[in-house]
Write a protein of this length. Structure first.
Length: 354
């Protein structure tokens, strides 16, 4: 994303208009990145509370640069609102029992609202129900498919992510061949949705998954797994990745051993976009914006202010392609930057300058 686009995003992501009776999707995130998926609305004033508020956020775990940036943007957004007296971020180290404990602690602290990104919706249903019973507003990152009774769900679209890569590989391989699948963290709902999106896209073709590994969305682990597969001599015509840190790792492995690159899917990570640009690769990159964190804060604040929202939103923007790559790659920023960012340009430059 170039400087002009970044500044436009920062402008578009200013606070919600206090006079609005219905907060539309474009008030939560850049238009085209988040749209309502249901006509069902929350009731005006249903979750209204006088500020200042204490808001908690329960996240499954850390471990990659996308999460680091998402958390940074979320905390920045919360800090800009003088009605948020305290923003409490917890992460569970990818352990379901720890997330349950985190949620129970937030309930005991009598926070005004909880943003929850569940590892699996069923694992936190009891705690979400308990929070609601205690009068705590709950908003959800991801679709719980009706399992959680949260006020509003904001979903980045895991199946759409996986489907984008699967459809692209199907076209590149003309419907036949052998691929490797690099998945994320086992047991995480988002990971499962991405994988299902990819496999659904390949249904009815002669494309087979020759190897399937869990790289935890991590560069180091992804590189080791890719090295093992390359050295094993297993056939591969293309590779699907559940995250761009693993794509970067595998490209480095192929280049290190002198193996010709095969079609590989990516993601909207500046490091991947750099490699794509410098090597004239042929790829596709779904956009999975770290702006989902700030959007969750804005949605939660809207409800606490008594505004009305759609009950569910979904993000499925057009992916980055060879034709649009130049509009997103930032050669002035480092590999850890992810598009599209909600941070002001000065914050982006300060934190991600190359």
């Amino acid at each position: 994303m170039n400087t002009m686009i970044s500044k436009a995003c920062a402008l578009a992501l200013t606070g919600l208009a206090a006079a609005a009776t219905i907060a539309h999707a474009e008030d939560l995130l850049v238009p085209g990145l988040l749209d309502p998926t249901t006509q069902e609305m929350t009731k005006a004033g249903e979750f209204q509370k006088d500020g200042p508020w204490t808001i908690g956020m329960s996240f499954p775990g850390l471990g990659n640069t996308w999460i680091v940036q998402m958390v940074q943007e979320t905390k920045y957004t919360a800090a800009q609102n003088d009605q948020i007296s305290e923003f409490i971020f917890t992460e569970a180290g990818w352990a379901p029992a720890k997330q349950v404990a985190d949620l129970e602690d937030l309930i005991a602290r009598k926070v005004d609202a909880i943003i929850v990104a569940p590892m699996a919706p069923a694992s936190v249903k009891k705690q979400v129900d308990a929070a609601i019973a205690a009068g705590i507003l709950v908003t959800t990152y991801g679709s719980s498919e009706g399992v959680l009774n949260s006020a509003v769900e904001l979903n980045l679209g895991g199946k759409a992510f996986g489907r984008t890569g699967g459809e692209w590989l199907k076209e590149k391989l003309d419907g036949k061949g052998t691929i490797w699948a690099f998945r994320g963290i086992a047991g995480v709902n988002e990971e499962t949705l991405r994988y299902e999106g990819m496999t659904e896209a390949l249904e009815g073709t002669d494309i087979k998954i020759g190897a399937e590994v869990f790289g935890d969305w991590n560069y180091t682990k992804g590189k080791q797994l890719c090295e093992n597969l390359v050295l094993s001599g297993q056939p591969v015509d293309a590779i699907w990745f559940s995250g761009a840190d693993m794509t970067r790792a595998c490209i480095d492995v192929f280049k290190d051993v002198g193996k010709p690159l095969v079609p590989m899917t990516g993601e909207g990570n500046n490091g991947f976009l750099r490699i794509w640009t410098e090597n004239n690769l042929d790829s596709v990159a779904p956009i999975y914006t770290p702006g989902i964190g700030p959007a969750l804060v804005r949605a939660t604040v809207s409800l606490l202010e008594g505004e009305t929202l759609n009950k569910a939103y979904y993000s499925d923007p057009a992916p980055i392609t060879n034709e649009t790559l130049k509009d997103f790659y930032r050669d002035d920023l480092n590999d850890a930057f992810w598009v599209t960012s909600t941070l002001p340009e000065e914050e982006i430059s300060k934190n991600f300058k190359r």
